[in-house]
Each structure stands twice: as structure tokens, then as C-alpha cells.
Ligand binder design. Sequence first.
Ligand code: SF4
Length: 413
Amino acid sequence: MSGHYTDGAGDVKTRPSHTVTPIGDGYNPDMGERTHLLDLDLAALEDRFEADGLPRYRARQVLEWVYHKFARSFDEMTNLPLELRTKLAGVYHIRTSTVARRAGASDGVVKWLLQWPDGAACECVLIPDGDRRTACISSQVGCPVGCVFCASGLDGLERNLTCGQIVEQALLVARVCALGDDDPASPADDGVTRGAAVTTDDAATARLSNVVFMGAGEPLANYGPVLRAIRTLHADWGLGLGARRITLSTVGLPSQIRRLADENLPINLALSLHAPNEALRRRIIPWAALTPLSELIDACRHYFERSGREITLEYILLGGVNDGASHAEELARFTRQVRCNVNLIRYNPVDPLPYARPTAEAAKRFQEVLRARGVNAHLRRSRGLDIDAACGQLRRRTLTAQRVQVTVAREES
Ligand code: SF4
């Protein structure tokens, strides 16, 4: 294996030193020279088929098998001639990751750590809630933003994910929703429930209904692959999710927010604010120094004007840091500048970070101050608390364990 690879942005990167053989589910994606099918949209696949002397309509058939029937191999595509299936299997990959870890919580939340052949790994999560089935997916491996409370940002950015790798996460969750979790062989995280409930009894509700870009990474810092992935999630030949069922969460890059507003894709935009003023925001989110709040507000207004979508302000309540009554008052004043609603989330502690989860009472008081001032504020339930609930924790623990394994193996050899 060479020491370098090309990332989703086309940049040549050095392979991370912790690259190890995946410890996962036995699936071994030999990438070879094959193309990741999930990197292609319908038009691109049709063009390729035509260039290879194949009928264009076969491209739509293939994508129907992948996105509507959740086929993982060309063998399953029984309305395609055997010769064609064999040929396609030599040219394209449908699945490129292995499940390195799977953790199921008692409330039905399931988290997977997917790992690619270069050793890079990211988390995706299924969050069932009534009729909803939400996939929370990652856009980067690690994160360049470095929010002080977050596990994903602790080691910085490892690399961008490609469009196909982003789509692959949503497709895994959609498949589990539709067909159940057929991957019991994947190793469970130590001490957590295996095979926790993914309710598929009611076929009408057992469909992936929402996708949120709230996993690892800053989606707008990996703009091209993320946008192409969103188009695949939305397309009728893809997962067919309405734009309003897709949410992109960002710490706020004003120029990229404006660009997104002009894409004619009215998805939900969530701004991770986490602080009601510039000074505190810069303490919590290092990139905030590059993006003054005044510019962000202008960009969010532009987004609202173009998309008609109210902005969601995400606010993680950190005990003793940003959860006081004065912060709530300041936040209420801030919200008057842009059409928005507020999501309050009690922090899930991350070892070894020094931040605390506020009490339920403190969070409720914060919400009441906002509501008394006319702000549409919701206090989100914490989900998956009996697994590594905070974004990036499963990855950190697993990769740390892998590094230990590698070190031990080196010492023994
Ligand atoms: S909270 Fe989001 S933006 Fe901040 S470091 Fe974590 S993944 Fe990156």
C-alpha cells in the first residue's frame, strides 16, 4: 500500500500513520481500479454506459437496484443479463467500506463506524423517533474546525470524504431501515447492547425519512462532494428524499452559505452558533475568528430569502460556559436579526474534555427565558446516551484501540 492517496478534493495526502487492517465485518473491499458507483449521478453513469457501448437505460436500472432495492452486488440485479452483470462487477464498486464497529443504544439509536481501505474511518447514526428515521452522516474524516468541546475536532482533519463515501453512509442507514440490520457479525462496542431495536414491523414507517449532515466534519469545507451527495439523496433515481428532509449543519462559512442558497436546493440550514456573542463564540469555535457574526447574519438572511427556509440555530449547552440566564437573554436579542428557530442540546461529555452536561432544570430555565421573549426554542432530547453519544467518540476509541494493537504487534515482531 503506497504512503499517499488522493482525497475527494483531488489533493494528494499522506496516508495516516495509524492505517491498519480493518477489524470489521469480514467484508474486504478490494478497490483495485474500480470506480465507486455512488460517486456518479444518473447522467454520468448513462454517459459511461453509452461510451462502453451499453444502452443508456441500463444505467437507471442499475441505480434503481442500488438506491431503491438496496442491492450490494451486481449479482442481485436479476433483470440485467448475466454477461452485463459480470462486466459491471469488474468496473464498479457499490460498497467500499467495512463496518469496523457497531453500537446499539437502548433507545433504538444505532451508530456505525465505517472504515475505508486507506484506514480512514467515520461515524454514521440511525436515530429512530416515532415515524421518523433519521440518518446522521459525516462529511469529513475528523474535522478542521476544532470546537473545544468536540471529539471529532480533537485530532484535526484527516481527509475529506468523497461524494460516494458520504452517500454510502446514508445508503447503509436506509438499507437497515428497509431491510433490518443484517450485519450481526459486526463487532459491537465493548459493554453495549448488541442488535438494539430497529423497528421494521411497520413497513410504512420503516423508510429512511431524513438525513442530517451533523456527523464529523464541516460540510461546507468539503463543498463539491457534499453538494453532489445531497443531489443524490434528493434525486428520484437516488434516495428520493425531499429537500426539506435534508439538513446541513455548519459552523458558518458566509461565502459558502451564499453559494448554497443559489443552488436552488431548499434544504434546511442549521447554524451551529453555541454562543450568543462574538467573544464567547471565538472561545468555543476557533474558526469563528475567520467569520464575524455580522457576515454570518447577512449570509443567513440571504439563505432565507432564496430558499424560504427558516434557519435553525443549534446551541449546545455547556454547563457553566454558555448556559446562564444572561446568555439566554443575549441569544434572544441575537435571534431578532434573522428568521430562525433555536434547538437547544445538552452537551454529551467527551473524555478527556473538561466540559460538563448542564442539568435538565438548567436547560429548561434557559429555554423558558428564550420562550418568554418570543423565541421558538426547542430542547432536544439526548439520544443514544448508553453508547458513545457525542459525535466522534466511537471513532476515537476504536482508532486508539487500533493504534494500541499496531504498537503491540510491532513490539512483538
Ligand atoms: S462540532 Fe462539528 S464543526 Fe465543531 S469540531 Fe465537531 S464536527 Fe467539527
